[in-house]
Design a protein around this ligand. Structure first.
Ligand SMILES: Nc1ncnc2c1ncn2[C@@H]1O[C@H](COP(=O)(O)OP(=O)(O)OP(=O)(O)O)[C@@H](O)[C@H]1O
Length: 265
């Protein structure tokens, strides 16, 4: 479960929402702010966010449109740099890394699943899944590869091209690709946003399994209370800050909380 609390390093920062910092956080944000633009055009997308995401947990990030969810995900995943504050992945501070080191860290230690799948159309399923290894100059661990291909239900489909697969199957390829490097954290940006309800449930069940059976850490931005209910914990963002956390979420409780944040007003 995620624990939200004022930073130990900044004891006066932000109100406490949780019980204490997690010793072995997979991701740790400390007083993270992100400002786009300058002067009168400045947009404060994140305003001093402090949160620990424990290893082996499934966390959903929700909030009204414009509340800072994508910015949060991008800063947490090292895709973007905060204006202020610190982000650590498995104890490694990202702030001190130059662009090359940050690129390597993203490639080796982070997995991504996007709404639009982002597969390479000319490559086969197997080539798509192993692409991160190729880019990293790493050899595939054949047992692990076989296991994830089986887990995502693509055994027998590995020679197909993405266009020959359904949307759900394509997202399964993307999940396998995200897991092939055994990343410390898999980040999802609306990973079920382009899928129908039944297919979305299958993909969410698969993400849930990676947490329960493989000990994967998953952080997923979603607008959908049904998707959020698959997580162990939901972080609610409003106006660039975490305003609430819900553990053991249910669809009704998440929907109710979102309504009270004015998300569907
Ligand atoms: N590159 C950018 N330049 C300027 N402003 C930006 C940029 N990216 C995001 N913003 C602004 O920062 C705020 C937070 O945006 P963000 O995309 O993180 O929100 P979100 O909660 O993911 O929204 P949505 O649910 O609509 O995708 C918004 O006001 C947005 O307009």
């Amino acid at each position: 479960m995620s624990k939200i609390l004022p930073s130990a390093a900044h004891p006066t920062a932000a109100p406490a929402h949780g019980l204490g910092r997690t010793p072995e956080a997979a991701v740790r944000l400390t007083s993270v702010s992100k400002v786009y633009g300058r002067g009168t055009a400045a947009v404060h997308a994140l305003r001093g966010v402090t949160v620990d995401i424990p290893r082996g947990s499934f966390t959903a990030v929700m909030g009204p449109s414009g509340s800072g969810k994508s910015t949060f995900l991008h800063c947490a995943a090292g895709l973007d740099r905060p204006t202020e504050g610190a982000v650590a992945l498995g104890g490694s501070e990202l702030g001190g890394l130059d662009e090359t080191a940050l690129t390597r860290l993203r490639r080796d230690r982070i997995g991504f699943v996007f709404q639009a799948f982002n597969l390479m159309p000319s490559l086969t399923v197997l080539q798509n899944i192993t692409l991160p290894l190729l880019l990293a100059g790493r050899k595939a661990d054949q047992r692990w590869l076989a296991e994830i291909v089986e887990r995502v239900g693509l055994t027998g489909r590995t020679g197909h091209r993405p266009a020959e697969l359904s949307g759900g199957q394509q997202q399964r390829v993307a999940i396998a690709r995200a897991l092939v490097t055994r990343p410390e954290v898999a980040f999802g940006d609306e990973p079920t946003g382009a899928l129908d309800t039944m297919t979305a449930k299958e993909v969410l069940g698969l993400l849930r399994q990676t947490v329960d059976e493989l000990g994967q850490t998953v952080v997923m931005v979603t607008h959908d209370p049904v998707a959020a209910a698959y997580a162990d914990s939901v972080l609610f963002l409003a106006d660039g800050d975490i305003v609430d956390e819900m553990t053991a979420p249910t669809v009704d409780r998440v929907a109710d909380r979102m309504s009270r944040l004015g998300a569907w007003a």
